[in-house]
Design a protein around this ligand. Structure first.
Ligand code: ADP
Length: 514
């Protein structure tokens, strides 16, 4: 025997895997020495035995069929790659997990299968531990998201009550500057808590996978106009310039999510900049629409850039107050994932930050930005009619009533849609419905509005409140005339403005002023 032949013979017997050759009838015709270590069998004793001796009994019946199948379409492959777990049986009857690779070959006109068998006990244990750890992490994460979503949602109701009571007290306290100052501080704290609740609810909802983007054709100029209106007063208060690029492109995107992404970036730019300018740029290249949010603010240290998208992460700045709650960029991260718009950040400490959102070209549509899409500005003025307030929670109802009365409205309270419908005979043009979208019954605020309008025969204006405004706006397919939607906890300024606007529209349409 040549040296090479002798070496290959030796190698065959000492291979790290147990090797057996099985003929077409399922008989073992060869077994190497490693079989002794892996199975505890004397290799020569196996020759001529059915391959079944190496299998646990429960697999034997099925194995004959597998062997026949393999001989029909023989090819080298991992055995049982579609089966979760493979087991073999040792000479002493004990079982152990295995990995098996099969290769067909022919020898002296006969067909064989070579099987390399490896004890997978350790690998299986590591894999099982990983699978268990992952399942546990996913369970904990989804429990956290559910807890946060529920807690933040349920906390909105009492927060709404506190906010309304604060607004009512501020009106009552006119002439008492000390009390007004205290109430103003309380209002700031309420606003902070509301922001935190909003952030928590947003992140947990986005993470839960419940949000599917609703695509619409959205002119970028309209989104920029909305954002300019929203942030102008903050920029002015800090003497910062806030500039938006003028660009005529239309996106096929989810308007709410896309706006939310930019709101968080612009909000941060304004928060972390004391002088200079915030610029929102837009540039088309071959593959992307690149939207940049640039500031001339304090910047972010390079070693912190990786972490700023984590929930609750805030860059520690010695002596500087914490300006947010650490959720804005976690929302950006989730929205960027859902929309498929990658977000990158570059920053230099002391010079400023530039965040870039890349919208793929496929999301762009022929431009429609000349059609007016921006929401109509809210007009001032006071409503003249009465307000029908439908709210099932007694403490929220009485706080809202109190606030509205103090703000100069007369209020008809109703605890249920039924009570509101019973008020119909008393209603006259100029009155307005103020109701939750969810009324704790089968009937939603929208159903109630339609029923009341049917009964009255005229278009009763309405303000509908929802704790989950984004979801509600997705459900409402077409705008409802003379109906405004507001989020809860209600911003009292927005509520008064909406009531005034609907009242003014009515006066204008009526032409008589009453
Ligand atoms: P926060 O509510 O604290 O602003 P974010 O998740 O929005 O939370 O941001 C995380 C942290 O990243 C912030 O606390 C801040 O330190 C840093 N950061 C984000 N945007 C900017 C920016 N434009 N300039 C400087 N620092 C920023």
């Amino acid at each position: 025997m040549s040296d090479v032949a002798a070496l290959s013979q030796q190698l065959l017997h000492c291979s790290p895997d147990a090797l057996v050759a099985v003929d077409a009838r399922g008989r073992i015709r060869f077994a190497n020495d490693t079989v002794r270590i892996v199975f505890g069998h004397v290799p020569d004793d196996l020759i001529g035995q059915p391959i079944d001796v190496l299998l646990p009994e429960r697999f034997r019946a099925r194995h004959a069929a597998h062997l026949a199948e393999f001989h029909e379409a023989p090819q080298s492959r991992e055995m049982g790659s579609r089966v979760a777990d493979l087991y073999a049986r040792r000479a002493d009857g004990s079982e152990f997990p295995v990995g098996i690779r099969l290769a067909p070959f022919e020898w002296q006109g006969e067909r064989f299968v070579a099987a390399a068998i490896r004890d997978a006990t350790e690998r299986r244990a590591v894999r099982d531990a990983l699978v268990a750890a992952r399942a546990e992490a996913e369970r904990a994460n989804s429990a956290k998201s559910r807890f946060l979503a529920t807690a933040s949602h349920d906390l909105r109701q009492p927060m709404q009550t506190i906010r309304l009571l604060n607004a009512a007290m501020r009106r009552l306290a006119s002439g008492c500057p000390d009390i007004i100052e205290l109430l103003h501080r309380e209002e700031l704290a309420i606003e902070g808590a509301t922001r935190l609740l909003d952030g928590l609810l947003d992140v947990s909802r986005l993470e839960s996978g419940a949000i599917q983007p609703q695509l619409d054709e959205v002119p970028l100029a309209a989104v920029f106009a909305d954002l300019q209106r929203e942030f102008d007063s903050v920029a002015t208060a800090k003497a910062l310039r806030l500039e938006f690029a003028e660009i005529g492109v239309t996106l096929s995107t989810d308007r709410l999510l896309f706006t939310q992404l930019l709101q968080n970036l612009i909000g941060n730019a304004l928060k972390y900049t004391e002088r200079g300018a915030i610029r929102v740029t837009a540039r088309l290249d071959a593959e992307h629409l690149e939207i940049g949010v640039e500031d001339t603010g304090i910047g972010i240290p390079a070693d912190k850039l990786e972490r700023i998208f984590d929930e609750y992460y805030q860059v520690d700045r010695v002596g500087a107050p914490r300006l947010g709650v650490g959720l804005g960029l976690a929302i950006v991260r989730e929205v960027s994932r859902i929309l498929g718009y990658p977000v990158t950040v570059r920053s230099t400490v002391g010079e400023g930050t530039r965040v870039v959102v890349r919208v793929p070209r496929q999301a762009l549509r022929p431009d429609r930005s000349n059609t007016a899409h921006a929401a109509a500005p809210i007009a001032g003025g006071a409503a003249r009619g009465r307000l029908v307030l439908v709210e099932d929670n007694p403490s929220v109802r009485s706080a809202t009533e109190l606030y509205l009365t103090v703000a100069g409205h007369s209020v008809l309270g109703a605890a249920s849609p039924g009570e509101a419908l019973a008020l119909a005979p008393q209603l006259r043009p100029g009155d307005l419905l103020l109701a939750d979208y969810r009324l704790g019954t089968d009937m939603t605020g929208i159903d109630l509005l339609h029923r009341l309008r049917e009964t009255l025969g005229w278009e009763l204006p309405a303000v509908l409140l929802s704790g989950d405004l984004d979801s509600l706006l997705r459900v409402v397919k077409a705008p409802i005339p003379a109906c405004r939607f507001l989020g809860k906890p209600v911003d009292t300024g927005a509520l008064t403005a909406a009531i005034a606007e609907l009242g003014d529209a009515l006066v204008a349409a009526d032409g008589t002023g009453g």
